[in-house]
Structure formats: structure tokens, C-alpha cells
Design a protein around this ligand. Structure first.
Ligand SMILES: N[C@@H](CCC(=O)N[C@@H](CS)C(=O)NCC(=O)O)C(=O)O
Length: 278
């Protein structure tokens, strides 16, 4: 039975699934990848909202059912994999929840500014174009699906704040609020990195699941990669380049060497380089 995965190549949680598929011995013809272009707001198309009313990717369709959320889709992938799902300890199950916590959602690192310099960079680059594409979609689709008016209204309100912010159209209080949100995301990232992530990685050997990656590893590494990249690090850079950048964003004590070791283990892994995880 072919598994159809709705994904977007730049989506962090889509990349977790790409890693899980690559690591567990699926044949190419067992998986069909259906791209949902987040940059043009295709996740807000009423046709897609029928599949996932939350308007989020990734999801998968298999055996006539739809599985939503990367945590559930990864479980589905692993259960069907030739080698089975493997063990997931209670600590690692908790860690998956912690990297998925809404307060440190990787898309927020991308969308919210860390400081004034970061704002300038985002305003003149891909981030603003992404926000603009969503804005256009959110203004267009409500006419096609009036029954979804409430959903679109909430999404449009949230996106408009950022759309206006990056064009300098908010008042001082509005600007302060957006900057405060940006700071809060990195503070929450710091709690994770210095706390549960470090604690778990100290016993990784070299992966959380042992000599090969397992369920928790796929979620943890894409989150970490996104945090490192979006703190100003080019894709594929070593720990001694990426972690100081991350440290500037999250503050607190030095980042534990266990994090660097884990990063280096993944950085050289074929699944990681071939899927261009960032
Ligand atoms: N908890 C969900 C989060 C999914 C999520 O936020 N996906 C992002 C891309 S990585 C998305 O669909 N963003 C579109 C949007 O927020 O409008 C999961 O793990 O699947």
C-alpha cells in the first residue's frame, strides 16, 4: 500500500519524515510525495483544508485513512518499516512533545525577528516573500469557501500583523509586541536546549535510539537543525560554527558538548545530507 505524504521541502517537520523514510529501508515506490507549496499558501486552499482542517503539513494518506501531524505520521512510517518501530522510552516520548511545544515551533524562529538587524534581513528577503504569499492566499480563498470564514479570519489576522510589521506599518506598541514574541521563542528554545535536550543527549550513543537513529532522533534533529540555521548559520556547518550562533540567541550557560557531539553525528549522515536538512 502506497503511503502518500503531503509535505513541503522547507518544512522542518516534513524533513523529520524524510529522514525516517530514508533511514528505515522503504522502497521508493512505497511512498508518494505530494508537495503543498506553503510559500503560496496552498495549505489554505479549501481542497487541502478538507484533508487537514488545521491547514498544516505534513499529513499522510494510507489505507484509506488520513494521519495528521508529523508525530503521528512518523509513528505510522516506523510501524510499517521493515525493521519495525523500535523502542521509545518515556523520557524520549516526552522529549518529542517538548521539541513540538508551540512556544518553540521552528516556524516562529523563521517568522519573528530576534532583533532590529534580524528584522531588516527578514524584511528584505525570503521571509517577507513567504508572508506576502500567505497574505495573498488568505485574501483569495475565503470567497471560495464562505463556510470557512472563521478559520480564514483568524489566520489572516495573525499574518497581517507580520505583513504590516515587516513593512513598518505597526505603531510602537505593535512593534514591541512582535519583538517580544521573537524573544520569547528563543527563550523557550533555550529552556529546551539547556534542560531536557542536554539531559537526553548526554546518554545518546551516538543517537538517542542507540547506534542507529530512531523515533525521537528524527524530531530532535530537525528542530535542532532549524534552530541552528535560523540563528544565522549556513546549512551543513560544523558545531563550532553553528552552536556559538545558537548560543547568541538562547543565552544561558555554554551549550553542553553533548549537543555538539550529536550535531556532528548527524551532520555526516547520508540521510541528513541527501535530504538537505537545515
Ligand atoms: N505539530 C505539527 C506542526 C505542523 C506545522 O506547524 N507545520 C508547518 C510546516 S513545518 C506548517 O504547516 N505551516 C503552515 C502554517 O503554519 O500555516 C506537526 O508536527 O505536524
Amino acid at each position: 500500500m502506497v503511503m502518500k505524504i503531503y509535505y513541503y521541502e522547507a518544512g522542518a517537520w516534513s524533513q523529520a519524515l524524510e529522514l525516517a523514510i530514508a533511514e528505515t529501508g522503504y522502497d521508493e515506490d512505497e511512498v508518494e510525495w505530494e508537495r503543498v507549496n506553503l510559500r503560496s499558501g496552498a495549505n489554505f486552499d479549501p481542497k487541502y483544508l478538507k484533508l487537514n482542517p488545521l491547514g498544516l503539513i505534513p499529513i499522510c494518506e494510507v489505507d484509506g485513512k488520513i494521519v495528521r501531524d508529523s508525530v503521528n505520521v512518523a509513528k505510522e512510517i516506523l510501524q510499517r518499516a521493515p525493521g519495525g518501530a523500535g523502542e521509545l522510552s518515556a523520557e524520549h516520548a516526552k522529549l518529542i512533545e517538548q521539541v513540538h511545544d508551540a512556544s518553540r515551533d521552528p516556524k516562529l524562529f523563521g517568522l519573528y525577528p530576534f532583533d532590529a538587524a534580524d528584522r531588516e534581513e527578514k524584511a528584505s528577503g525570503e521571509v517577507f516573500q513567504f508572508i506576502k504569499g500567505r497574505q495573498t492566499a488568505l485574501e483569495k480563498y475565503p470567497a471560495e469557501a464562505p463556510e470557512l470564514a472563521e478559520f480564514y479570519k483568524g489566520k489572516l489576522e495573525d499574518n497581517t500583523v507580520l505583513y504590516d510589521f515587516y513593512q513598518g506599518k505597526l505603531d510602537a506598541a505593535g512593534e514591541d509586541k512582535v519583538f517580544a514574541q521573537g524573544k520569547a521563542v528563543w527563550a523557550s528554545a533555550g529552556e529546551l536546549v539547556h534542560g531536557p535536550l542536554t539531559a537526553a543527549l548526554k546518554t545518546a550513543s551516538p543517537f538517542l535510539a542507540g547506534d542507529k537513529p530512531g523515533e525521537a532522533d528524527y524530531h530532535v534533529i530537525v528542530w535542532l537543525a532549524r534552530a541552528i540555521s535560523l540563528s544565522g548559520t549556513e546549512q551543513g556547518q560544523p558545531a563550532d560554527v553553528g552552536l556559538p550562533n545558537l548560543h547568541k540567541r538562547i543565552g544561558g550557560p555554554e551549550i553542553d558538548p553533548a549537543v555538539a557531539k550529536y550535531w556532528e553525528t548527524w551532520r555526516e549522515r547520508e540521510s541528513f545530507t541527501e535530504n538537505e536538512v537545515w
